[in-house]
Write a protein that binds this ligand. Sequence first.
Ligand SMILES: [Zn+2]
Length: 92
Amino acid sequence: MNDSLPVRSTAEVFAYMELNPCGVCGETIFTEELACLAGGTDEYRGACAGCGRWRTMSFQDQETGVGGPSRIIDAGQWWLLAHKRSNGAMGG
Ligand SMILES: [Zn+2]
C-alpha cells in the first residue's frame, strides 16, 4: 500500500511540512534524512526538533508538466504561508 502524498516540487513538500507541524509540540522541523524509495517515493524522516517524537512523511513525485492546483495544499493554506512570510519580513 502506498499512502504517500502527490507532489510536483520540493517547494510543495516543504510548504506541506510547515503547514503540518508536530501534533505533540507544534514544531515543524524534524527532517534528518531523506530516503528515496522505489517507485519515485521520497520519505522524509527524523526526530522532531521540539519533542523528539519520530516523524515520517512520504511524497510521491508526480509527472512534470501536470497542470492544475496542488493536491495536498489548498488555496487557503498557500495564503496562510504567504501571510506568515510577509509578517516575518515586516517584523525584522
Ligand atoms: Zn514535537
